[in-house]
Design a protein around this ligand. Structure first.
Ligand code: ADP
Ligand code: MG
Length: 253
């Protein structure tokens, strides 16, 4: 395996505060890599830098061997690195199918507002997009909610739709920031099996921030632990969970 994401000595300061401090880590192509750590560890800040929504104060980020440090999210999106976005309220009055059909080509770091202004294409291209959307629904086994308004979906179904939107672009790498929050067990199981299938059958690489340790244990290998802005350790979840430094970081004074 080779690294698809390499973060080298990356720091992010907000004023005088080091949210991320000399962080070095990599994500192997084809892996589902977990990122855990106590609240405030700097996980989301790191994700924002990898996804191009925040510029590092210092350090280098490589994507697929290429220096992408400081590139905006739409440039990374074109290279097919993306993160999921919550369904913006503008989209809750559109059906699930329409939400998928709005995705191609124009996702921005601020959500899908860019796409909102793009008229749905007509003719043959629209037909191809519709077919693709139907394949995505079929893959995720959510064809039964195709004509539901996105706003009426349950929390877990919305997460599946978010995942579906990444599929519309044939993502290579998907960043997931706490997708389990507020999702019931049944749908969490659906979400997890879809992530596994996207990884195994379609070759997606996932980089996953998650608090739900069951989900981490099921999906992620390796798991990287961040604390106070830096990488503390990484390895298999079974070893991580027994590492006294990790236990101290989570539960210590
Ligand atoms: P995590 O996702 O691990 O919980 P974050 O990356 O969200 O942690 O935050 C890391 C630290 O950086 C926190 O102390 C947080 O308050 C701070 N922080 C995050 N974003 C900003 C910002 N835009 N301005 C100032 N401080 C921030
Ligand atoms: Mg966070």
């Amino acid at each position: 395996m080779s690294a698809i994401i390499e973060v080298k000595s990356v720091s992010k300061r907000f004023g005088g505060f080091h949210a991320v401090n000399d962080c070095t880590l990599s994500v192997e192509k084809g892996s589902v890599t977990g990122l855990i750590g106590p609240n405030g560890a700097g996980k989301s800040t790191l994700f924002n830098m990898v996804a191009g929504t925040l510029e590092p104060t210092s350090g280098t980020i490589l994507f697929d061997g290429e220096d992408v440090t400081g590139l905006p999210s739409h440039a990374l999106y074109k290279r097919r690195l993306l993160r999921t976005f919550q369904i913006a309220h503008e989209f809750s009055n559109m059906t699930v199918l329409e939400n998928l059909m709005m995705v191609p080509d124009n996702q921005t770091g601020e959500g899908l507002i860019g796409a909102w202004f793009m008229p749905v294409r007509v003719g043959r291209e629209e037909e191809a997009i519709r077919r693709k959307a139907e394949e995505v629904l079929d893959f995720l086994k959510i064809t039964h909610v195709k004509t539901e308004l996105a706003g009426n979906l349950s929390g877990g179904q919305k997460k599946l739709l978010e995942l579906g939107r990444t599929m519309m672009t044939d993502a290579k790498v998907v960043l997931l920031d706490e997708i389990a929050a507020g999702v019931n067990r049944t749908l969490l199981n659906d979400l997890a099996s879809n992530i596994e299938r996207l990884n195994r059958e379609l070759g997606y690489t996932f980089f996953v921030i998650e608090h739900d340790m069951d989900l981490i244990a099921r999906l992620c290998d390796p798991v990287i632990v961040m604390a106070a802005g830096s990488v503390m350790t990484q390895g298999h979840i079974a070893d991580i969970q027994n590492d006294p430094r990790v236990i101290e970081a989570y539960f210590g004074g």
